[in-house]
Structure formats: C-alpha cells, structure tokens
Design a protein around this ligand. Structure first.
Ligand code: AMP
Length: 280
C-alpha cells in the first residue's frame, strides 16, 4: 500500500483530527517536492518529535519571481510519494493551487526585519510568498511541530518570527543542512546543473568554509567576505548575489565577530542559483 495522500484541506483536517482523537502528536514537513536526502532528514526529525508525520508537497507560485523557474521546477509527485513513504511519513498532502489560493484570495503575510536583505533584497516578494504559504500550511494542518531545514536559513528565521508574532501554536524546529560528499548542500535545483557545473559547485562550500575559518581565527570580516566573492568568481560563479556575515538570530549584519553568526551566500552557476550557509 502506498503512502496515503490527500489533496484537499478537508481531507487533511479529517486525518489530523482522527490522530488527535487518539492523542497522537503530529509533525508537518513542508516541501516543494523533488525530494532528496535533505527533505528526508526532516521527516526523520519529525518522527523523532511526533507520532505522525505529514509531508506537504506544493510548488508555491507566489514565492517565485516572474523571471524565476516556477514552470521548470521539477514535479515528481509519484517518486516523492515513494521516498516519503520509505522515510516513514504517514500522510502526503499535495494541494492544488486552488486549495491554497482560492478565487478572490487577498491576504498576505509580510515579515519585516529578517526578510530584508540577503535573498529578500534579490528576490522581491519571495519571503511574502513563503510566509503566506507556510502560515496557510500551518493553519490547515494544525501540527504540534513543524520542521524546516537550515539550508534555507533566512527562510527559517522568517518562519520563526512569523510564528511568534502571529501566536501560531506550533513549535518550529530547524534541522541541519544535509550535504553531498563533496560539500554541496542538497537542493532540488542541483538537478539543473550540468556535470561540469556539478563539479564546480562544491567550491561554494569550500570557499565558505575557508572564509568562516579566517573569521573565526580573528581575521577582518570584510576582507574574508571580499576574498570569498573573488574566489567564487575565479571558480566560474557569477553573478555572486551575496556573501555576508549576519547575526545568527536577528540576521543583522556583523562587521566584527562577537557572538554566534552565520555566513550566508548566494551565487549563480550558469542559470542555476545556489545558496548555502554555515555557522561561524
Ligand atoms: P524546498 O523543497 O526546497 O522548499 O525545501 C523544503 C524544506 O527542506 C525546507 O525547510 C528546506 O530548508 C529543507 N531542505 C532543503 N534542502 C535541504 C538540505 N540540503 N538539508 C536540510 N534541509 C533541506
């Protein structure tokens, strides 16, 4: 028997209500599908924290810009269903666009502060789309806990802020970045890379690791960031959207390391935009 799937809010709520009636704890893992080991690690985290894990697969149109890859984004629902089942998920929620954005939809969630700068500056409207869809997935599912990857670190901070500000009764858990053997952070978009670009792509993590070590060792932050950008350009990346050091919780820019920080980067390899981040 394959993993049970629902495509409507009513179907989702019926199943979650049945679990609640049994006193079971429910975890939600929101994704856009094309599942890889990074996503599956979130299911595992959900299983460690709840009795039942719902995974949602929804390619959210509102978080893509007009010149971004919404149409090309991989859609592999049946393969995702098999992978999610093998990882131990209990329910797949695959809503249609109408379940999320019914006719006349007019309410958006914008999160100031942590949404600004980094990807927020380069992808206008992106975090408004993310915050809105996550708010909806959380209110539709009403889970006890929801699991997100640190891979999308700014997104995780946006979701934490939104959940606190809107008093959403859910615990938000961040899970570590899952990487390929050569250090490349797993991403559904890695499928866009040619074999040559795939080989080049590992440089991103190597360059970031080197920059973080230089900063940790007390080297000047601005110099380390500039060196990282130059190294990425030399390795064939371009444009480099940003390489920045930010405070781990507030995401305010850090010029002198004086507490937990995060080094975040976004850069193109050909037409594929890669992002990554590491703790400093
Ligand atoms: P996406 O399908 O890309 O929207 O990602 C869905 C969730 O999986 C988000 O919470 C991501 O941060 C998380 N995720 C994606 N890639 C990874 C990874 N390599 N390691 C850990 N989590 C990830």
């Amino acid at each position: 028997m394959s993993l049970p799937m629902v495509t409507t809010v009513a179907g989702l709520r019926q199943q979650v209500a049945a679990w609640r009636a049994e006193g079971l704890r429910v975890a939600l893992v929101p994704t856009m599908g094309a599942l890889h080991r990074g996503h599956l690690s979130l299911i595992e985290e959900g299983l460690a924290r709840a009795d039942r894990v719902v995974i949602s697969v929804f390619v959210n149109p509102s978080q893509f810009g007009p010149r971004e890859d919404f149409a090309a984004y991989p859609r592999l629902l049946e393969a995702d269903r098999a992978k999610a089942e093998a990882a131990g998920a209990h329910l797949l929620y695959a809503p249609s666009v109408e379940q999320i954005y019914p006719p006349g939809f007019a309410t958006w969630v914008t999160v100031d502060g942590v949404s600004e700068g980094l990807c927020g500056a380069l992808r206008p409207g992106h975090f408004r789309g993310v915050a809105t869809v996550v708010a909806k997935l959380l209110t539709q599912t009403a889970p006890d806990v929801a699991i997100f990857g640190e891979k999308d670190y700014q997104q995780l901070m946006v979701i934490r802020r939104m959940t606190a500000d809107l008093d959403l009764p859910v615990e938000i858990v961040g899970a570590p970045v899952v990487r390929e053997a050569d250090g490349l952070a797993m991403s559904s978009r890695n499928a866009y890379l040619s074999p040559e670009q795939r080989a080049q792509s590992a440089t991103l993590h190597a360059v970031m690791t080197r920059a973080s070590q230089a900063i940790r060792a007390g080297g000047p932050v601005a110099g380390a960031l500039a060196e990282a950008i130059a190294a990425l350009q030399t390795a064939g990346f371009g444009p480099v959207d940003y390489v920045e050091l930010r405070a781990a919780e507030t995401l305010v820019p850090v010029t002198v390391l004086d507490g937990p920080a995060r080094l975040l980067a976004a850069a193109y390899l050909g037409t594929t935009r890669l992002i990554d981040n590491i703790a400093v």
